[in-house]
Ligand binder design. Structure first.
Ligand code: ADP
Length: 429
């Protein structure tokens, strides 16, 4: 109505007037001219509108059109600005969603009905070597070419996750699960299960080791027991001989079980139950007397104590130091020298056991504290070793924030050194 009044009235009125004064022809001619003018003006404004819509002014200014067209431009401009702001908000939300998905440590991949990759996050890149946009639209089975993977994807319901050992990072293990997404899509979720696998592998190796360690003495004992029970004739000497061997094997099993219990106790708690100022003179004297009884006079043993008291758990420290001393005696042939020392160096408390024994080849040093790791299996067994001594030492030292350092030369001897932090020593006077 407004357009009609403002646009058509200024033409109709003069046309009517001229028609009345000069005749109908003049009236129609004026009306036609006026309409032509209107059409030209509207066309020009439409052209301006089209040009502006192609490149709307972001700064917010609208073409100067005036009147009804001005209002149309202003309304359109407002709507365009509102839409542009909404698009920016949605883009920002999408970006923060992408960042959140990239921060997820699990790999996520969206597959369409034909298993083409539609989207994946950063972890999926590491786990499955997917690189976007390079692999956008690629079929996942062609990227992850592992036996069984395609079968799993074809029918993942009710199956255990697919286990993938990464080619790129050989030591990593991933569990992949496929879950339905909407009607036709799938979401692949990959989880890094390397640590769980390592623990599981360690557990089964440990069980196998313990069983093996127990099996040997048990076989010996059961073999001799059969001799006793099958009623065969046996001299008193033979009986004594068998009984002695069975007693040795039983002691071996007992010390294995003792060491296993000690290890499991140490692993159950992070820190010693109690700590005190441990006077080192009496502890070293006790170690000396135990060493002498184990050596039975075959070694020269000396102790040197020139350090202060040590803050820690006496029982645990005694167990760790005792293991080092017993190793020194067991791996040093008769006539060798053993030196047990406590002192300080660079504000650290240092307990060391030096022997002139068989020594250890350098390649074994990094693995010595692993459970059941032995350089010379035969010698360890002969001398009553369980293969757990240094694992116990390492645990106890860790609980006392101490480091274990080993130096050794084959045929010349070894030095095992435990270094305790300064705060475990009394403050300097
Ligand atoms: P084991 O009961 O077999 O002695 P440990 O854990 O105490 O077990 O020691 C692991 C291995 O380290 C031993 O089997 C031995 O080969 C080596 N070892 C430990 N201490 C010494 C040492 N003082 N001299 C030479 N070899 C040693």
């Amino acid at each position: 109505m407004k357009i009609l009044l403002s646009g058509v009235l200024p033409i109709v009125a003069p046309a009517l007037l001229l028609g009345l004064i000069h005749g109908a022809a003049w009236g129609w001619a004026t009306a036609a001219l006026g309409l032509l003018l209107i059409v030209l003006m509207q066309t020009r404004r439409l052209t301006v509108l089209a040009a502006w819509l192609d490149a709307p002014d972001r700064a917010g200014s609208v073409p100067d059109a005036g009147g009804t067209w001005g209002e149309v431009f202003t309304r359109l401009s407002r709507r365009l600005h509102h839409d542009a702001r909404r698009v920016e908000e949605v883009e920002a939300e999408l970006q923060s969603f992408r960042e959140a998905m990239d921060a997820v440590p699990d790999g996520l991949v969206i597959l369409d009905a034909s298993h083409q990759i539609q989207w994946s996050n950063r972890a999926a890149g590491e786990h499955l070597s997917i690189r976007l946009p390079r692999d956008d639209g690629a079929i996942i089975e062609q990227l992850v070419r592992l036996p069984g993977f395609a079968d799993y994807l074809g029918n993942p319901d009710g199956q255990a996750p697919f286990i993938l050992r990464s080619k790129a990072a050989r030591s990593r293990v991933y569990a992949i699960r496929a879950v339905p997404l909407g009607k036709h899509k799938q979401l692949l979720v990959s989880l890094d299960v390397t640590d769980a696998h390592r623990v599981e592998a360690m557990r089964s190796t440990f069980v196998a080791n313990v069983s093996h360690e127990l099996r040997t003495p048990l076989t010996v004992v059961s073999g001799f027991l059969e001799h006793f029970t099958d009623g065969g004739v046996m001299s008193a000497e033979q009986r004594l001989y068998f009984a002695r061997i069975m007693s040795d094997q039983t002691k071996r099993m007992l010390s294995l079980v003792d060491d296993l219990l000690t290890l499991s106790r140490l692993e159950a708690e992070d820190a010693p139950a109690s700590e005190e100022e441990v006077e080192m003179d009496p502890l070293l004297a006790q170690l000396l007397s135990e060493a002498q009884s184990l050596s039975e006079g075959r070694h020269g043993i000396q102790i040197l104590c020139h350090g202060p008291a040590l803050r820690g758990n006496r029982k645990e420290l005694h167990s760790a130091f005792g293991n080092l001393v017993s190793n020194a005696i067991r791996y040093t042939p008769a006539g060798g020298e053993i030196r047990i020392e406590w002192g300080t160096r660079d504000r650290l408390g240092v307990f060391s056991v030096q022997d002139s024994g068989v020594g250890i080849p350098a390649e074994h040093l990094p693995r010595l504290t692993e459970r059941f790791y032995r350089v010379d299996r035969g010698r360890s067994r002969e001398t009553g070793g369980t293969g757990l001594g240094l694992a116990i030492v390492k645990h106890i030292l860790l609980r006392h924030q101490a480091a274990l350092l080993i130096e050794s030369r084959v045929g010349e001897g070894s030095t095992f050194r435990a270094e305790f932090p300064a705060w475990r020593l009394p403050p300097l006077a």
